[in-house]
Write a protein that binds this ligand. Sequence first.
Ligand SMILES: [Zn+2]
Length: 121
Amino acid sequence: MTMKYSSKINKIRTFALSLIFIGFIIMYIGLLFKNSPILMMLFMFLGFLSIIASCVVYFMIGMLSTKAVQVVCPSCNKVTKMLGRVDICMYCREPLTLDRKLEGKEFDETYNRKKNKVTEL
Ligand SMILES: [Zn+2]
């Protein structure tokens, strides 16, 4: 396994941040259409929507963070937050699990996605 995983909260945060950038890029493209007000308005509106969406995502992160379980990472002894049954430490990328059945197994994100697979184990 050479794939790098990042903590779920961090992933969503990156997504929200990229939405802001995409929003600004779309609005900037809109500025290039100065000759056609309709196109410019359209791009401005799309860019605005993207930024609004990012705010919503940030709000959701806030909500999720309150639901996230705080655990002390066994590897770096820092307090980290985890979502779902398996997640990784925000600081040292140590795989963490709340499910004792999965303890010691190789980290696999599919434990969260495919619920059927988990029941088979
Ligand atoms: Zn850690």
